[in-house]
Design a protein around this ligand. Structure first.
Ligand code: SF4
Length: 259
């Protein structure tokens, strides 16, 4: 297993399959992964199950300082990011100052890279916190993960922490009234002696109904590209992802495939 952690707050820029030249921001500690999910395919490895403590996060002030320094440097070099992307070692919205950090990022983006979009990759589990909801409303690409319309499959793939309720997550996503990007990882494999495949006909039928119901401004479909903590997972063929994308297009919703 060769999963990895980001060792700094601002990283890259990297050429992203989905986001172009992406300047990354990691709001999580650099020495462990913290997330409210424990996805079997997570590039950062398995979730550290130790309780969260706010002292492990970089302060909002430090995040602002680091981002400002990097944007000034990029501006001097004439190399602007297409996207400033909150991702990193887990779920970014867990950061206790997430709302303030997004406001600071909007301010810095407007000053130093006005063409850049701000994207947040989130699993949506912190949306009960109103400040997180308001912050995600401010960003250009509010990218929310829903890997299956079926709770059983979703629990298998994402392994959420205690207290998670899928109906609550979906209700919270509906509060964006379609102003979000739905991101789905398609994958198949075995967990123990149990097989799963979220591209089966039944799964896709239910997922498409959910897509239609949530009516996002865009759908991103993708499959694994790097090592995963659970061994033996299988990528989905590019042709299958394109078929899925066609089904989404027929709903009148833009779709992006990363194969
Ligand atoms: S939600 Fe994202 S960061 Fe969290 S476990 Fe899943 S893939 Fe990893």
């Amino acid at each position: 297993m060769a999963t990895f952690l980001f060792d700094r707050i601002v990283f890259g820029p990297v050429n992203s399959r989905r986001l172009g030249i992406s300047l990354g921001i990691n709001l999580l500690p650099s020495d462990r992964k913290w997330c409210s999910f424990n996805c079997i395919y997570c590039e950062c490895g398995w979730t550290d199950r130790q309780p969260f403590f706010s002292g492990g996060f970089p302060s909002g002030g430090l995040v602002k300082e680091e981002l400002k320094k990097r944007l000034i440097l990029m501006q001097r070099q004439g190399k602007f990011p297409d996207t400033i992307t909150f991702a990193g070692n887990g779920e970014p919205t867990i950061h206790p100052e997430f709302g303030r950090i997004i406001s600071d990022t909007v301010e810095l983006r407007n000053l130093f890279a006005p063409e850049a979009k701000i994207a947040v990759l989130s699993n949506g589990t912190m949306l009960d916190d109103h400040s997180v909801f308001l912050a995600l409303k401010k960003v250009d690409q509010n990218i929310l993960k829903v890997d299956s319309a079926r709770e059983e499959t979703m629990r298998l793939l994402n392994q959420p922490g205690d207290g998670f309720r899928m109906d609550r997550l979906l209700d919270n996503i509906r509060r964006f009234s379609g102003k979000f990007v739905l991101q789905t990882m398609f994958i198949k494999g075995m967990i123990g002696n149990r097989s799963f495949d979220n591209t089966s006909a039944g799964e896709l039928h239910d997922w498409l109904k959910l897509v239609e119901d949530l009516n996002p401004e865009m759908v991103m479909v993708y499959t694994i590209a790097r090592d995963t903590p659970l061994q033996g997972l299988q990528r989905i063929a590019a042709s299958k992802l394109r078929d899925i994308a066609s089904m989404v297009s027929r709903l009148g919703i833009p779709v992006q495939v990363s194969a």
